[in-house]
Design a protein around this ligand. Structure first.
Ligand code: UDP
Length: 238
């Protein structure tokens, strides 16, 4: 992928699906492996903020299709992300990394409220800040929240770590001839309707020149590689 200026503060978006190892709930082995990767880059001096998805629990749109009220099921989706945050917090602390969870829905017993300036202070002190409960608003996705939080806390890049190793011109699971891009523009992602992240997230990145790297989370060391700017995954820029 390659980038010319060093990144010192990164926003890492972790898909919920990965946390579940393809099942409902959390797979502790997977979360532990992710925590090891994150601890590694924190020890190298990088400031890391994380937004965790919740697809391993509930997706509002899916529950809606099965007859539930959309807003209520979206809240269930957001609450699911918080369980992922706590699991990640636990394994990061076992690695000796200080963490704070901040949620967009207040739940004082388990997390701080989302306070951006406080989040930045935590990052400066070397703590990993894990953002949960999405935006606290139905009809949003955690991708959009990751872009918004990245901008608000001054992250240099949005690293979207998922189960796919980059952006393809077609769904690589369905079409074996699909081709992966090393680099692609925001505009092309939007006009081709590529399923990298939702359009709201891509638009936020585009309007604010926030680079986005999409890469496979489950290859050990990939977070460190993405942070270094090694040629992994796909870089989405202007
Ligand atoms: N969600 C929401 N508002 C937000 C973020 C998430 O309503 O700001 C809900 C939505 O129902 C979504 C679910 O939480 O389907 C899980 O988040 P997402 O699908 O983004 O998780 P991922 O696909 O990254 O695992």
């Amino acid at each position: 992928v390659g980038h010319d200026r060093p990144w010192s503060r990164v926003m890492l978006k972790l898909s919920g699906e990965v946390f579940g190892g393809g099942q409902f709930g959390v797979d502790p082995d997977v979360v532990q492996a992710i925590a090891v990767q994150i601890a590694d880059v924190v020890r190298q001096g990088l400031q890391v903020a994380v937004v965790v998805g919740g697809g391993n629990y509930f997706r509002g749109a899916e529950l809606q299709q099965r007859g539930m009220d959309r807003a209520r099921s979206d809240y269930m989706g957001m609450l699911g992300t918080v369980m992922n945050c706590l699991a990640l917090q636990d394994f990061l602390e076992k690695q000796g990394i200080d963490t704070r969870v901040q949620t967009a829905i207040n739940m004082a017993q388990v997390a701080e409220p989302y306070i951006p300036r406080r989040a930045m202070r935590h990052l400066e002190k070397g703590r990993v800040v894990i953002f949960g409960a999405g935006a606290g608003m139905p009809y949003f996705t955690t991708d959009t929240v990751a872009a918004q939080r990245a901008l608000e806390i001054g992250a240099d890049v949005l690293l979207k770590a998922t189960q796919v190793d980059g952006v393809y011109d077609d769904d690589p699971k369905k079409n074996p001839a699909a081709v992966r891009f090393d680099r692609i523009s925001y505009n092309e992602v939007l006009t081709r309707g590529l399923g990298v992240a939702d359009a709201a997230a891509i638009s936020l990145c585009m309007e604010n020149d926030l680079p986005l790297v999409v890469f496979d989370l489950l290859v050990p060391g990939n977070i460190a590689r993405a942070v270094r700017g090694d040629r992994i995954g796909t870089l989405v820029t202007t």
